[in-house]
Write a protein that binds this ligand. Structure first.
Ligand SMILES: [Zn+2]
Length: 61
């Protein structure tokens, strides 16, 4: 029997934070993935909402 090390254990998956490009380990230790932190998640969400929210020249009454 030849058991290769690391066959049952997947290597850690790392992604880059969309906001600041910091490496983020994709597991339960990173609750904000794919963002590196709550702050980066909020920044991204805020930009998204701001982009969609303010449309000049459009009034809703
Ligand atoms: Zn980040």
């Amino acid at each position: 029997m030849n058991t290769k090390p690391g066959k049952d254990q997947a290597p850690p998956v790392t992604v880059n934070c969309p906001t600041c490009s910091a490496p983020v380990t994709w597991d339960e230790r990173s609750p904000w993935r794919p963002f590196c932190s709550r702050r980066c998640q909020l920044i991204d969400l805020d930009e998204w909402l701001t982009d969609d929210d303010e449309e000049p020249g459009v009034k809703q009454e």
